[in-house]
Design a binder for this molecule. Structure first.
Ligand SMILES: Nc1ncnc2c1ncn2[C@@H]1O[C@H](COP(=O)(O)OP(=O)(O)OP(=O)(O)O)[C@@H](O)[C@H]1O
Ligand SMILES: [Mg+2]
Length: 335
């Protein structure tokens, strides 16, 4: 049994194949540039280009089609944890639509809703409440993505928003400290909090790694590709280029740090007896030189990098391992 996991990012398409789900035997780990720069088609024309791109990938890399798993970008989806009075399963099933309407800003006729009870007391008492995770996606866009795969003869076995895959790939347990997960990308960053092993919230900020490229390109009169090379080679290392490069990158990183500080405060306001204790970084841009140290210094927290292949064996990628968290999380999901 083989699993093929695809994470289509605006910059890069990441693909991981494993042979044996139990032992995570990786047979291929591929990263290719996304020539379209799109993660979901909007028009028919884009859908056509997208189909061609996907069909070529399956053909060129001889990808197995038996169990294909896809990630959905966070911005297509709204994930929220709500606290509601204790309900039994049947009551919950009939009340959930209304609850979702209040919590999720997607019109009812375009909403595809999934929910999961996160916390529920054993017995119903007068003030008993339960926590339910709502995940709402835009049906129209999800269907478009699904159809692209159906057109080339592939029925995806799973479509999941990327933060849930990232969280699964981290193997966080209930006894682990309160954690911020920062999943970084070329076009945006997702920031989530996990406490007591449970998902609390996620939000998306648009300050992706592309902004760093643009800023370097402008400041040093380079094209974006050269700018990206400088970013990757030197990052926040202030001993390089007389500190000029790190000076250009820093304002963007400072905005990210403000977002993280807000997250720490927001969590404490809602959980006065708890505190965020650490930050875990994932995604390609999280590999930037000096980033882990900078975040740790500014927030006064432990900062770790994810290790998406910790449990895997086989043909692991030699570089950019942090880019593959989403794929590994998709693979680890039990269907
Ligand atoms: N060592 C590094 N230092 C800084 N940036 C890096 C490094 N390695 C990769 N990157 C950046 O990571 C980005 C690619 O990461 P990734 O593949 O996770 O993005 P993506 O999934 O395509 O983006 P998105 O999810 O926002 O659509 C590029 O902007 C690349 O320049
Ligand atoms: Mg990505």
């Amino acid at each position: 049994m083989s699993i093929t996991a695809l994470d289509i990012g605006t910059q890069a398409i990441k693909i991981v194949l494993v042979k044996d789900n139990k032992h995570y035997q990786v047979t291929k780990a591929i990263e290719v540039k996304n020539k379209l720069g799109l993660v979901a088609p909007k028009s028919d024309q884009e859908a056509l280009q997208f189909s061609e791109l996907i069909a070529n990938l399956f053909h060129d890399y001889k990808l197995d089609q038996s169990d294909v798993r896809l990630s959905l970008p966070e911005y297509l989806v709204t994930s929220k944890v709500i606290e509601i009075p204790f309900l039994n399963d049947a009551e919950l099933a009939s009340a959930i639509g209304w609850q979702a309407e209040q919590a999720i800003p997607i019109p009812k006729n375009d909403l595809s809703l999934q929910y999961q009870v996160l916390q529920k007391p054993d017995k119903k008492t007068p003030n008993a409440t339960m926590k339910v995770l709502l995940v709402g996606a835009r049906k129209s866009i999800v269907e478009k993505i699904n159809n692209i795969f159906l057109n080339i003869g592939i029925e995806a076995t799973l479509m999941e928003t990327q933060m849930f895959s990232v969280i699964r790939s981290l193997d966080i347990e209930a006894s682990d400290p309160e954690t911020i997960i920062l999943h970084m990308g070329a076009s945006g960053n997702d920031i989530a909090v996990i406490a007591n092993g449970m998902f609390e919230f996620v939000f998306n900020s648009k300050t992706g790694s592309n902004l760093v490229d643009q800023s370097i390109a402008q400041s040093f009169n380079l094209d974006n590709q050269q700018a990206e090379e400088y970013k990757i080679n030197y990052g926040l290392d202030s001993s390089q280029m007389e500190g000029k490069l790190s000076q250009v990158i820093m304002p963007i990183i400072n905005n990210l740090i403000i977002d993280l500080q807000k997250t720490v405060r927001f969590f404490s306001q809602n959980h006065p007896d708890q505190k965020i204790k650490r930050v875990v970084l994932s995604g390609g841009p999280a590999q930037m030189k000096g980033l882990t140290e900078k975040i740790s210094q500014e927030l006064g927290l432990e900062v770790l990098q994810a290790a998406p292949f910790a449990k895997a064996k086989g043909q692991l990628p030699e570089k950019n391992q942090l880019s593959f968290s989403v794929c590994m999380g998709l693979i680890e999901r039990k269907l």
